[in-house]
Design a protein around this ligand. Structure first.
Ligand code: ZN
Length: 316
């Protein structure tokens, strides 16, 4: 089994410490008009962040910005080559609030969108398509399907995109990672994807730790055998690290350590090289130690940050 990085396929045995939802480069565009922290466009600063991550033992990240929404595949390739960090790029779609009214995402048919994502995974990604329709293709491939929905969950506005993404996940064996706003909508997404034929071990629900009082919802989806991603670490407007660790501990004692993935969901506001708060290396430098102080052992840390990502990101 292998993982599809921007520089080629890599055996899962070669994957090291991996954070499964980050943003390391994001073109200044419409996303930044919605939220200024969604602009991460200084190549040297992004490289510095990744180099520091590598120097602290970080080995891989998933860049969760999908096609047409500020992703710059060409920059991710250069960053991976120059930092030695494995970067897994995303195809797929984000919340529709992040696309201007005239964007191609609204006009594309389900079939065309399916074909587009399929090409990104099996042939190569498209560049220069954050406003223009994707035409310019390179050889480097995407290794993740990012999908997203709003607070209300999987409503009609999102159905065609989800249907296309599910079909591509089934055909390619590449995992789907879903941005959700509320843990309560997780089950509906999981049920939809499972009913569409996507296998449970190819489904990742992101941001399941935004609220730490949602253990009930977390347990319900975990029982389905999917991956839950805790990527709100170091985002203190949501909760403290201590609360985060308590949630992880709870899930582990319920028997779900093998279903958890970790990340920081970095933006410009959190990357140190952009004068942000914590930096991409925060888990390596601080959070692991906090976990150990709270009773976690090496084996468990390795499960969360190496063994689980290997399985969750593998092309099946
Ligand atoms: Zn994100």
């Amino acid at each position: 089994m292998f993982i599809r990085t921007v520089l080629g396929d890599k055996s899962i045995d070669e994957l090291g410490h991996c954070q499964c939802h980050e943003h390391i480069y994001l073109e200044k565009g419409y996303s930044a008009e919605i939220n200024p922290v969604l602009c991460i466009d200084d190549y040297n600063k992004s490289l510095k962040e990744l180099t520091d991550y590598y120097d602290n033992g970080g080995r891989a990240i998933v860049d969760a910005q999908p096609i047409g929404c500020g992703r710059c595949a060409d920059k991710l390739i250069d960053l991976a080559s120059n930092s030695k960090v494995d970067i897994i790029a995303s195809t797929g779609f984000h919340k529709l609030i992040f696309y201007p009214r005239e964007h191609w995402i609204y006009k594309i048919s389900q079939g065309e969108f399916e074909e587009l994502m399929h090409k990104e995974i099996e042939e190569g990604m498209f560049i220069n398509c954050n406003t223009n329709y994707p035409r310019e293709q390179i050889d480097n491939k995407a290794g993740m399907i990012k999908v997203a929905c709003d607070k209300q969950g999987l409503d009609n506005t999102y159905k065609k995109y989800f249907a296309a993404a599910a079909a591509v996940a089934k055909k390619t064996g590449i995992s789907i990672q879903c941005h959700i706003e509320r843990a309560e909508t997780g089950m509906e997404i999981v049920d939809y994807l499972l009913e569409s034929g996507v296998s449970a071990d190819s489904i990742i629900l992101a941001h399941m730790d935004r609220r730490v009082d949602t253990i009930k919802e977390n347990l319900l989806v975990a029982k389905k055998g999917i991956y839950l991603q805790y990527d709100t670490i170091g985002r203190y407007k949501y909760h403290s690290d201590e609360d985060e660790i308590a949630l992880i501990k709870n899930m582990c004692s319920e028997g779900y350590i093998d279903n958890l993935l970790l990340g920081l969901d970095t933006t410009r506001a959190r990357l140190l090289s952009y004068k942000g708060t914590i930096g991409l290396s925060y888990i390596r430098k601080h959070f692991i130690k906090k976990m150990m102080d709270n009773g976690f052992n090496n084996e468990q840390i390795k499960s969360l940050l190496i063994a689980n990502p290997k399985k969750a990101l593998a092309k099946k």
